[in-house]
Write a protein that binds this ligand. Structure first.
Ligand code: GLN
Length: 480
């Protein structure tokens, strides 16, 4: 096995036992990036030099007996997350030259442990998309089939983990951007509860939905990384003060507990038009495996699910239009110099600096927030959001978690949906509702189509129940 193929758990053990060095592990990842990135396009920036010097420092930490769980392990970061002294474009030309002076809190926590930042991942610009085709640096290709999309918006992170170009990645999920590409690339991705992990330093998309979380090769790795990055942060007032549970030890040794779990199968998710038969079969098989473990399967209903996409695509563009107003080409980022007036300069910087989808969201959001329409759109959407959240609250009185597919269909061809924004929005139908409700959900690989494309299965839990969600994900992953 090549070193870059190791999981976080295996790499940490090998480093601790001095079977190899962090430099060797980092070199193995860089060699893989060198070989594959031109085809897959998972990285916008590769930190070849700084990664090796960080790896040397990590080796010194290990030699001094100061190793922590993520010391010396190469990780990649979505380009919409700020990394100190490493260019962070958000995959949009308006920030093409932006190098943040600080790390996002979650990244700082990893770097303080001696984690090795290997590079920045391509994504849909500022997280807008489900296929990674809205990047101004080109689409990411699915490592399982280069003609297919990697999923979005964190397609680069998913592809990099799936193709062993890094050991794990950190990405952002506002409405599916971790789980969706995880499902398409055959890796594990979790959106934590809103407020579980600090959003400080994440380029904001929709502030009331944005979350940050890991993408990993196994659920055990997910628990390990989550334990390192979670927790309250004085720099993000929306983080919750609850202590971080021992996620890593929590996911194992609990086979017995599975026997008493109630797993809800929400009918609305299985009645979706155009749901692929192979997706349905793989999800059904996983439900059977949970039954074999002794879980009780319960049919449940979340009646307001059908409004989730409409609610999402009003709230998100509205918050987007406000957040993205800061990118004007004046304070930082790329300024267009052809404009003859100040207004012209703003307009041109934004016209050339944002891709079409981002401009579409800004227009929709500005309209939805405008005087006279605010009550009819944004306010109404927030009211229906409460109903969606109430559905989940009620259902979690009856069951411990819910199981659904992550995507209604397998990875689609590059170019298939890019000219039909509505079809692309509908791809979020399984991942959107949990985001609107602010609750945790994990996507774990469920199986593959006959043509070898990965299909993910999603476990959704009540607020702050990441531990349970990962626990079930862990047993699902084991039950092949
Ligand atoms: N498909 C969603 C969107 O385009 C994903 C957003 C996200 O999670 N960043 O809004």
């Amino acid at each position: 096995m090549n070193l870059n193929e190791l999981t976080v758990t295996q790499a940490a053990e090998g480093l601790r036992k001095k079977e190899f060095t962090s430099v060797k592990l980092t070199e193995a990842c860089l060699a893989r990036i060198n070989k594959r990135n031109k085809d897959i396009n998972a990285f916008i920036t590769v930190c070849d030099e700084s990664a090796i010097s960080e790896a040397k420092k990590a080796d010194e930490m290990i030699a001094r007996g100061e190793a922590r769980p993520l010391t010396g392990i190469p990780f990649a970061v979505k380009d919409a997350i700020c990394t100190a002294d490493v260019r962070s474009t958000g995959s949009a030309k308006i920030l093409d030259n932006y190098t943040p002076p600080y790390d996002a809190t979650v990244i700082k926590k990893i770097r303080d442990q001696g984690g090795v930042l290997i590079g920045k991942n391509n994504c849909d610009a500022f997280g807008h998309g489900a296929s990674n085709e809205n990047s101004m640096y080109g689409p990411v290709r699915n490592p399982h089939d280069l003609t297919k999309v990697a999923g979005g918006s964190s397609g680069g992170s998913a592809a990099a983990v799936a193709d062993n170009m890094c050991v794990y990645a950190i990405a952002e999920d506002t409405g599916g951007s971790i789980r969706y590409p995880a499902s398409f690339c055959g890796v594990v991705g979790m959106r934590p509860s809103y407020g579980r992990n600090s959003r400080y330093g994440i380029m904001p998309m929709a502030s009331s939905l944005d979350t940050v979380g890991p993408m990993t090769k196994t659920v055990e790795d997910m628990a390990l990384v989550m334990e390192c990055i979670a927790g309250s942060d004085p720099l993000d007032a929306t983080t919750v003060p609850d202590a971080v549970p021992a996620y890593h030890t929590g996911i194992k040794n609990e086979e017995l507990r599975m026997k008493n779990l109630r797993i809800g199968v929400p009918r609305e998710y299985f009645e979706i038009e155009g749901m692929d038969e192979e997706v349905r079969t793989i999800t059904d098989e996983k439900i059977e495996r949970l039954k074999d473990l002794g879980c009780k399967i319960v049919d449940v209903s979340l009646p307001h699910t059908k409004y989730a996409i409409a609610v999402y695509y009003i709230i998100v563009p509205s918050e987007d239009s406000s957040n993205l107003a800061r990118l004007d080409g004046i304070r930082y980022g790329v300024r267009n110099t052809e404009g003859r007036t100040l207004y012209d300069m703003y307009a041109k910087s934004r016209r050339f600096g944002f891709p079409e989808e981002v401009k579409r969201r800004i227009l929709i959001g500005t309209y939805a927030l405008s005087a006279g329409y605010y009550d009819a759109y944004y306010k109404k959407a927030q009211q229906v959001r409460t109903l969606i959240k109430k559905d989940f609250d009620e259902v979690f009185q009856k069951v411990d978690v819910l199981i659904t597919p992550t995507s209604p269909f397998p990875p689609f061809a590059i170019g298939d949906k890019v000219s039909d924004p509505l079809a692309m929005y509908l791809a979020d139908v399984m991942v959107g509702p949990a985001a609107v409700a602010g609750i945790p959900a994990i996507s774990v690989p469920g199986g593959k189509t006959k043509t070898g494309l990965p299909i993910g299965v999603q476990i959704i839990g009540a607020r702050m129940s990441e531990g349970t969600v990962m626990n079930i994900g862990y047993w699902l992953e084991k039950s092949k």
